[in-house]
Design a protein around this ligand. Structure first.
Ligand code: GLC
Length: 454
């Protein structure tokens, strides 16, 4: 073989394998480099913890934000809420202060939910807060209040719309719930035109992304799986054009993955959105860019009679497990129709505030620990790569006992209890490090030990 063939043949082989790999890969819409994407999303990955807010006309019904669907209501039947919506106790500065105290670094508010009602003053509809007794652009006041607290500001916007006259029928539309026959769909779809609705989406998203300054997150909701024949898909929204428009209007924005572009494009969304999954399931998301959205109780909108509220420990576990697997947690509050956080939500936020005040160093800027550190039984680990500190979350704290860190010998410089920086004494036994735990249980549900690594 001549020298040129010796070099050329492997090169051709390499070329073919690259082509084969990229053929399997998804197409790209924006050709953004990995480094650029990382930079654009840095604040978000550092933040780790945000507040979701579901607030709208359904807060008056106080029995799930899907009540229009659940009870098959017509626009006329639902109109009673529009006529009296008047959040007289609303003070967005209080919301922002509560979010901040609980350790949340960003918020996402429902500017429009599936019922189609807009909290903002849109030129393209009369179905908006300014036409209710509230008489205000609630989105503007939210943006101002949260920004003033130094929180990043996000908009949730429902792609579904159960009020718009051009939005066609699908399997969750309130009007199709009783009679799901094709004939009924056809009857209800008469005169409806999705092309006009697509334009409405573009117009409203343009308003949201031009009238309120810099918007940090856009949380679009949602698109059916590709096999759902009676659902809506990316083309129904004009999703490709929409995402291009969004990025043009707000180049720095972070967009979730619910436009239905995931299957075809590698960059149709910035992060995946596991909803209400268990902390065990979150372990499967390591390596992806993700945010889990979770409620305090079973519903997103205010639900007066809901009793399945998560405990403080469950909420803490979701937060710690998210960070321990390299993801974010966005925790939802469903304020009342009067505009306040319900007492159970306030209590949950206060408890989180108490914990986060003392332990936030194990959350912000942190991610999963390097694989060479095994979590001791009954603990979860997080790690800050820039300070090289490892955080051991003690789920099973027993005073006066020791904790063995398996295989950590020679790797730990110093150990302290995070909440008060009191020294934790350590010794080495073979390959292990042995910590002596405090005699008295620290006053936190899940105490944290901070390890300064060598
Ligand atoms: C679901 C629900 C919706 C909620 C959202 C939050 O898609 O339809 O009510 O707003 O999840 O993740």
């Amino acid at each position: 073989m001549t020298w040129s063939r010796k070099i050329l043949l492997p090169l051709v082989g390499l070329y073919l394998s690259v082509v084969a790999v990229s053929a399997q890969n998804k197409a790209s819409l924006f050709h953004e480099s990995a480094a650029h994407k990382q930079e654009r999303m840095q604040w978000w990955t550092d933040a780790r913890f945000g507040m979701f807010i579901h607030w709208g006309l359904y807060s008056l019904g106080a029995r799930h934000e899907w009540l229009k669907h659940n009870e098959h209501m017509t626009n006329e039947e639902y109109q009673k809420y529009f006529e009296i919506f008047n959040p007289d106790q609303w003070d967005p500065k209080k919301w922002a202060a509560e979010a901040k105290a609980a350790g949340m670094k960003y918020a996402v508010l429902t500017t429009k939910h599936h019922d189609g009602f807009c909290l903002f003053d849109s030129k393209y509809t009369d179905y908006k807060a300014t036409n209710t007794p509230a008489h205000r652009d609630l989105v503007r006041e939210y943006v101002n209040a949260f920004r003033a607290q130094g929180l990043k500001v996000g908009f949730y916007y429902s792609l579904l719309d159960w009020h718009h006259p051009d939005y066609t029928m699908d399997d969750v539309h309130p009007l199709t719930q009783v009679d799901t026959s094709r004939a009924n769909y056809d009857r209800l779809n008469k005169g409806r035109d999705m092309a006009k609705y697509r334009q409405y989406l573009r117009d409203q998203i343009t308003e949201l992304l031009t009238n309120y300054g810099k918007i940090d997150v856009l949380w679009l909701d949602w698109t059916w799986g590709k096999d759902d024949k009676r659902g809506k898909h990316a083309d129904d929204w004009g999703a490709v054009e929409l995402i291009k428009m969004i990025r043009k209007l707000q180049p720095g924005i972070i967009v979730n993955n619910r436009l239905g572009l995931d299957e075809e494009y590698s960059d149709g969304g910035d992060f995946v959105t596991p909803e209400q999954v268990s902390s065990k399931e979150l372990e499967g998301y390591k390596g992806k860019t993700w945010e889990t959205c979770q409620t305090f109780s079973g519903s997103w909108g205010y639900y007066r009679d809901e009793t399945s509220w998560k405990t403080h420990r469950q909420l803490l576990d979701l937060l710690i497990t998210s960070v321990a697997n390299g993801g974010n947690l966005i925790l939802n509050v469903g304020p009342t129709a009067r505009g306040e956080f319900d007492y159970r939500a306030t209590h949950a936020l206060d408890s989180l505030a108490y914990w986060i005040h003392a332990n936030s160093r194990s959350i912000y800027d942190c991610t999963y620990a390097p694989a060479s550190f095994t979590p001791p039984a009954g603990t979860k680990l997080t790690y800050n790569p820039s300070t090289r500190r490892l955080y051991v979350h003690l789920y099973d704290f027993t005073p006066r006992t020791t904790l063995t860190l398996p295989g950590y010998a020679g790797r730990v410089k110093y150990a302290e209890l995070l909440n008060d920086e009191s020294e934790i004494q350590l010794t080495t036994a073979g390959n292990d490090v042995v910590l002596t735990l405090p005699k008295v249980r620290p006053p936190y549900d899940i105490p944290v030990i901070e390890l300064l690594l060598k």
